[in-house]
Design a protein around this ligand. Sequence first.
Ligand SMILES: C[S@@+](CC[C@H](N)C(=O)[O-])C[C@H]1O[C@@H](n2cnc3c(N)ncnc32)[C@H](O)[C@@H]1O
Length: 440
Amino acid sequence: MTPDADSAPSSPAPGGRVLTVTAGPPAAGGTFVARHEGRVVFVRGTAPGETVTARLLEDPQAKADARFWRAEALDVLEAGPDRVPTVWEEAGVDGVGGAEWAHIALPAQRRIASEVMQELLRRAGVTSFPIEQVQVEPAPHDADGLGWRTRVRYAVGPDGEVGMRGWRSHEVRPVGEDPLSAPAVRALRLGEWTAPEGTEAVDAVAPSAGPASVVLIGRDLDPETIEIPESWGDADVAVRTGRGLVPLRGDGTVHERLGERMFTVSATGFWQSHRRAAELLTEVVDSALHAPRGGSAWDLYGGVGVFAAVAAEQVGTGGSVVSVEGNRRASQLAAQNLEDLPQVSTATADVTDWVRARRGGVDAVVLDPPRAGAGVELMGLLAGAVRQRIVYVSCEPATLARDLAAIEGKGWQVKDLRAFDLFPHTHHIESVAVLERSAG
Ligand SMILES: C[S@@+](CC[C@H](N)C(=O)[O-])C[C@H]1O[C@@H](n2cnc3c(N)ncnc32)[C@H](O)[C@@H]1O
């Protein structure tokens, strides 16, 4: 697998050369490896074992010396065993991005994602955990992988049309039934609405409590001129301009219920997208963290305090938890969400800077970085500072694998590693690694 297959920038060459190829094992970015005249071709829109015609994304003459080419499947000549009718007609080659496996059976998506994850761990050199045991598990009660997206950013085209961009394309394309989005997002029917001039994107949120939310994003939008369509029902509405968030209806926040606790989140702030994700990850972190009663814990990349709440219950009022988050608004909301827990304090800081400046250790840490991962420096700092356990929640297995290999080299071992399909019909994987000091 070559992780840079997905990251090399290029725009599709219209009318690119068409090849006939047979797709083999999965590669990064939801593509599959094929070979043409000895050269590797990463093909999108296909599935293992099938033969397709595929359009090259680069000009083969200009890229004659390239190590690999990239291509998009056009016609299926011989379907592979995992192909099913797509769950989203508008997704795929020449359609919207963000559902690149919509034509692959859900169990097969998880099998393929498991192979990708295992290969990334192997390549990074992770040795302390039996890698073949890592299998991507479905989210609880998710039978069809539809209706899960509670956070959707729509793109807006030049005439105000609302849709999503194509894969590696700036073109805004219609979303049709938008089947991955949660029912409350679909009910807004944003794909049928024309956004006012100057709108660059539209965020829709279906929170677990309270009304849905719509935020129009545009540097120069004038909030006074926005007319709220009837189809948005009682949804809260805000406008985010270059000067900040201006609520038109509601207060610019949404509410999420997790067990007994309510969390307030900024309407454009981070919350796990899959409707079951926060609940599932909270349970997994709760059973893995083992923060001692009366002890100390850090929740790094803490957002609005989801895992800090878990750690706080474990250490009790005689212990201490710090939630560290770089976004000032999220950090303020974390303090507000957890104000009934005197053992919790919040810090608004870059996580690595904050940990580097810390004197003394901590019993347990949960960290949940963005896709870039924690990084080798932070893993080294944590290896020295944490006395008992680290629980690493990751949305990008490539950077997780790098970071696990780094901390293994510093006397830690992977005690458990679970992966979850929290982004069905896409190639993305959520995972949770539990780390302990190696014996001896
Ligand atoms: C994947 S989210 C996790 C949030 C939270 N744990 C949750 O589950 O809701 C990552 C969070 O890290 C924050 N973040 C990103 N880079 C950061 C950094 N270098 N230092 C501190 N926080 C950062 C983002 O603002 C975001 O809230």
